[in-house]
Design a protein around this ligand. Structure first.
Ligand SMILES: NC(=O)c1ccc[n+]([C@@H]2O[C@H](COP(=O)([O-])OP(=O)(O)OC[C@H]3O[C@@H](n4cnc5c(N)ncnc54)[C@H](OP(=O)(O)O)[C@@H]3O)[C@@H](O)[C@H]2O)c1
Length: 211
C-alpha cells in the first residue's frame, strides 16, 4: 500500500534512503529548513511544516539532539502521526550523548501525542532502503503504539525487509538498546574502514522466533 512519507532533513541518511521509498511507489517529500526547486534524490523539497502536514509517516532523519530541539515547535502538526525516528546522538568525542536515555524516549516525552517508532538507526541509509545488498540481516523496531509499529513494519516490508527479519523489541524504552549499539557500530567502522554492514540475530535452535 502506497504511503505518504515526509523525510525530515536533507542529509546523508535521508538522501540515501529516499530513492528506495520512491521506487516502492510511496509518495515522498523532504522537509527542510530551506525549500528548494526541483527534485532531490527523486523527491521534492518543501518546508518542514508542509512536509509534516502532507504525511502519514514522518521520518526523523536529523541529528538526535537537533530533533529534540527542533521538533517540539511542530508538536501540534505531529499530533497523531506515526514518527519513524532513525536518529542517533553522540558527543564530538564519539561517546553516547545520552548514556542513561535515548533520543527515541525523549522524543516520545516531548511529543506525547505522536506515535514514535525507533528503527533503522544502526545502518547506512542505502542499506536501510535496500536490505537485499546484504545477505539476510535484521532490523529492530521499538515503540509504544502497536498500530504505529504495524505501519512502520508495512513500510519496511515494502522496501524489502521481510517480516521474518523484523524484530519488535517492545516499547520505546528499548530504543535505548539500539541507540547504544552505536558504540559497536563505530568500533566496527574503525575496524573495517566502512559502514557497509548490518547486524543479524541468530537464535539458538529451538528458540521460537517471533516478530
Ligand atoms: N548517515 C547515515 O547513513 C545514517 C545511518 C543511520 C542513522 N543515521 C542517523 O540519521 C540522522 C541524520 O544523519 P545524517 O547523516 O543524514 O546527518 P546530516 O547529513 O548531518 O543531515 C542532517 C540534516 O538535518 C537537518 N539539520 C541540520 N541541522 C539542523 C538544525 N539545527 N535544525 C533543523 N534541521 C537541521 C539538515 O537538513 P536541512 O538543511 O534540509 O534542514 C541536515 O541535512 C542522525 O541522527 C544519524 O545518526 C544516519
Amino acid at each position: 500500500m502506497s504511503m505518504r512519507l515526509a523525510l525530515l532533513g536533507t542529509g546523508r541518511f535521508a538522501t540515501d534512503f529516499a530513492p528506495a521509498l520512491v521506487r516502492a511507489g510511496h509518495d515522498v517529500v523532504f522537509g527542510s529548513r530551506r525549500r528548494r526547486e526541483g527534485l532531490l534524490a527523486g523527491a521534492p523539497v518543501v518546508s518542514t511544516a508542509e512536509a509534516i502536514a502532507s504525511a502519514d509517516v514522518v521520518v526523523v532523519a536529523l541529528p538526535g539532539e537537533t530533533a529534540l530541539a527542533f521538533l517540539p515547535e511542530f508538536e501540534e502538526a505531529l499530533r497523531g502521526k506515526v514518527v519513524l525516528d532513525v536518529s542517533n546522538a553522540f558527543t564530538s568525542d564519539g561517546d553516547l550523548r545520552f548514556p542513561t536515555s535515548s533520543v527515541g524516549e525523549q522524543l516520545q516525552d516531548l511529543l506525547p501525542s505522536s506515535l514514535i517508532v525507533k528503527s533503522l538507526n544502526n545502518m547506512a541509509g542505502y542499506i536501510a532502503g535496500d536490505p537485499s545488498v546484504l545477505s539476510e540481516t535484521t532490523v529492530f523496531l521499538s515503540g509504544n503504539d502497536e498500530r504505529a509499529k504495524r505501519a512502520v513494519s508495512e513500510l519496511l516490508a515494502s522496501i524489502g525487509w521481510a517480516k521474518a527479519v523484523q524484530i519488535d523489541l517492545g516499547d520505546i524504552t528499548t530504543s535505548r538498546a539500539v541507540e547504544h549499539l552505536g558504540l559497536l557500530f563505530w568500533a566496527l567502522v574503525r575496524k573495517y574502514g566502512t559502514g557497509e554492514f548490518n547486524y543479524r540475530l541468530v537464535l539458538a535452535d529451538g528458540v521460537a522466533a517471533s516478530s
